[in-house]
Design a protein around this ligand. Structure first.
Ligand SMILES: *Cc1c(COP(=O)(O)O)cnc(C)c1O
Length: 392
């Protein structure tokens, strides 16, 4: 290993254990690499872990968001609203369906959509006949949005809810696990290697609604159904399946599912460690005018990301501190550069100042390293590097 590789601390990284490797090898030595027993087993493990009736495993959270939108009948002319402080996938899923995208500005202290602003925007949009069909709250860094309030608004204004919980498996809201879909139609998790647990690439869509679950199941596999009872035509033999609509090949394979099952067993200990690491940062960072992203009171965060905010620095100073940290071998990141400011979205008509809190957030937030194997010594190095950066 080169010296530089040894000393660079990334903002996040996966952990693969011997048990994980054994689980994957076992599938590789079996007869079924895909469409075998592991995917249904993984789905069962996920749904019982998060308390949802159904879990549909797919090849990414992006795919899960897409088929969730489709299953909720999102189509051309409809509107989807999400947070500007998210990964682009939370917005792209609307565009895949030919729908329009808009955003709700955030609460800068916790990075989550501001429900007061959401309510204002709904009242205004109702007058213009432009109410959203779907709202996608994003549980940034693993902290649940104010789902009770969003659910109340959904009943008042008639929209559906997809929780983008890509960061939030293992988290709780009001003591109930994220993914239980208590206040939503669908909840989506990601298993990309930087997330809480991984299947290399992968995602899952959870729901309590049988009809939405079966729609998503059909959509992940070409629009094909093998349920003879739901065939449109009388089958000509036992080999028949029917494609009844246009779907996709979004299937998860058995190698991924086996890794997921194995990783899921460590979920509780992973969440515990991440919370401890976050607490350590919170206590040990003594700089004035630096705040960690707040976790709402009724939320148990999965702490997917450790995000600090510089509360009295200019955008230029923020950039300088960022660069200095990188030079010192600390893999800082920005989660996220606001989606509406991406070139593709600017072309849809969004301006930099369309969501001023999101812009201000992006000029003050820094993601610092947090992951399962991060040591206290490494955390201390991060904290020292931050002090240096601020004083340089
Ligand atoms: C990672 C992520 C996604 C996409 O997940 P993939 O599994 O990589 O498709 C979507 N939304 C958010 C908030 C994410 O962080």
């Amino acid at each position: 290993m080169k010296k530089e590789d040894e000393i660079f601390i990334p903002y996040g990284r996966q952990k693969i254990t011997q048990d994980d490797i054994k689980a994957v090898v076992k599938v590789l030595q079996s007869t079924m690499l895909t469409q075998g027993p592991m995917v249904p087993q993984f789905e069962k493990a996920i749904s019982s872990e998060v308390g949802a009736s159904y879990a549909i495993a797919v090849n990414s959270a992006t795919s899960a968001l897409h088929i969730a939108c489709k299953a909720l009948n999102l189509a051309q002319g409809d509107w989807v609203w999400t947070s500007p402080i998210t990964f682009v996938a939370s917005a792209n899923c609307a565009l895949y369906c030919g729908a329009n995208i808009d955003f709700i500005d955030i609460n800068i202290n916790n990075g989550l959509i501001d429900v007061d602003k959401l309510e204002e925007k709904l009242i205004y949009s109702e007058k213009n006949g432009r109410l959203p069909k779907i709202i996608i709250p994003v549980h940034l860094s693993g902290s649940s949005c104010n789902m009770k309030r969003i659910d109340e608004l959904s009943k008042q204004f008639g929209f559906k809810i997809i929780e983008d919980a890509s960061h939030a498996i293992g988290g709780k809201y009001n003591g109930v696990k994220v993914g239980s879909c208590q206040y939503s139609d669908v909840t989506v998790f990601s298993f990309h290697p930087v997330k809480i647990i991984t299947t290399a690439e992968g995602g899952v869509a959870c729901t309590n609604k049988q009809e939405i679950a079966s729609k998503m199941r059909v959509l992940r596999s070409h629009g094909i159904t093998k349920e003879v009872n739901s065939f449109k035509y009388k089958p000509s033999g036992p080999w028949t399946y029917e494609q009844q609509e246009l779907g996709y090949n979004y299937k998860m394979n058995d190698i991924q599912a086996a890794l997921g099952i194995s990783q899921l067993k460590r979920l509780n200990s992973i969440i515990h460690k991440r919370n401890k690491q976050r607490d350590y940062y919170q206590k040990a960072i003594k700089e004035e005018n630096i705040q960690m992203l707040e976790i709402p009171l009724n939320v148990k965060s999965s702490v997917h990301l450790a995000i600090i905010r510089l509360t009295n620095k200019s955008a230029a100073e923020h950039k300088k501190i960022f660069e200095s940290m990188l030079k010192q071998g600390i893999g800082v990141q920005l989660h996220y550069s606001p989606v509406h400011m991406q070139p593709y979205f600017r072309e849809l008509g969004f301006r930099e100042n369309s969501f001023p809190e999101a812009k201000k957030y992006a000029e003050s937030a820094i993601t610092i390293p947090i992951y399962e194997d991060l040591t206290v010594e490494e955390q201390n190095r991060v904290i020292d590097a931050l002090s240096n950066a601020i004083r340089s």
